[in-house]
Design a protein around this ligand. Structure first.
Ligand SMILES: Nc1ncnc2c1ncn2[C@@H]1O[C@H](COP(=O)(O)OP(=O)(O)OP(=O)(O)O)[C@@H](O)[C@H]1O
Length: 250
């Protein structure tokens, strides 16, 4: 079963630095998966390869059965990707930007109404006709997200999605992602915010120095880390990443 996202032996080497070291990952339809790991663990590099933006040194990627290297257009239509610092056109208004994204993705149907609905949902109606250059950090994140939701991607990749969001917007994002998953879509979230992963992810994979050191539901990770029932994801995360670094337990 290939799932919505498949990585097999996925590897990226930068010179002598093995940034991603042969990881295997399967994401199924309808699940929200968190990719967690300390700084420099290889999360962004992994997502770069899954989205076809970075060429793997070795290994195989499939998105809904398609190869991002051989079928880049097909794969780009299927996915959405919001990087941690999205590239935005400062001179465009929010409405123009999301409309442009809809056009690039050849969205059919009532595009203007779809764009309005997204901007409204993310509380951007009042700034919809202002230039993105004047937006706050959170507004920029939200408009970038709208630009990647307008074509209703089958798989959505988000890098550090809630960093600039206020609690209401973070909640809205979580509800939106859950609704997507309920429709059978797949979401991969790279995050440092363990609370967010705990609240929203069906499953997490913990990446450390380019390797997946554990993956599963929070309960499964608690078992893997031999942590007690009341252990938080933070406890589990610290224990697993410390073990991988050979740091003795306190
Ligand atoms: N373009 C590049 N050239 C050389 N090395 C790189 C490049 N991009 C990433 N790396 C290295 O690859 C490793 C993984 O980096 P990556 O950005 O994927 O980590 P990350 O888990 O996303 O980190 P963070 O949480 O800090 O964003 C790091 O050692 C980094 O220095």
């Amino acid at each position: 079963m290939e799932g919505a996202v498949l990585a097999q032996g996925l590897t990226k080497r930068y010179g002598r630095n093995l940034a991603v070291d042969g990881i295997d990952l399967v994401l199924r339809e309808g699940e929200i998966v968190g990719l967690l790991g300390p700084n420099g663990a290889g999360k962004t590099t992994t997502v770069g390869m899954l989205t076809g933006l970075l060429r793997p040194t070795a290994g195989r990627v499939r998105i809904c059965g398609h190869d991002p290297e051989r079928e880049p257009i097909v794969v780009k239509r299927l996915i959405g990707y919001v990087p941690d610092e999205p590239y935005l056109y400062e001179k465009l208004t929010g409405r123009e930007f999301v409309t442009l994204m809809a056009e690039l993705y050849r969205v059919r149907g009532p595009v203007a109404a779809m764009v309005d609905e997204l901007l409204e949902r993310f509380g951007l109606r009042e700034v919809a006709d202002s230039q993105i250059g004047s937006y706050s950090r959170g507004m920029r994140e939200k408009v970038a997200l709208c630009g990647q939701l307008v074509h209703q991607p089958q798989v959505l990749f988000l890098d550090e999605p809630t960093v600039g969001l206020d609690p209401r917007s973070a909640r809205l994002l979580k509800d939106t992602l859950r609704a997507m998953a309920d429709e059978g879509r797949t979401v991969l979230i790279c995050t440092h915010i363990l609370e967010m992963a705990e609240q929203i992810c069906d499953r997490v994979a913990i990446l450390d120095r380019g390797r997946i050191v554990a993956q599963g539901s929070l309960e499964e990770l608690r078992d893997a880390a031999r942590a007690g029932e009341d252990a938080t994801l933070e406890d589990v995360f610290l224990r697993l990443t410390q073990e991988a670094e050979g740091v003795p337990e306190a």
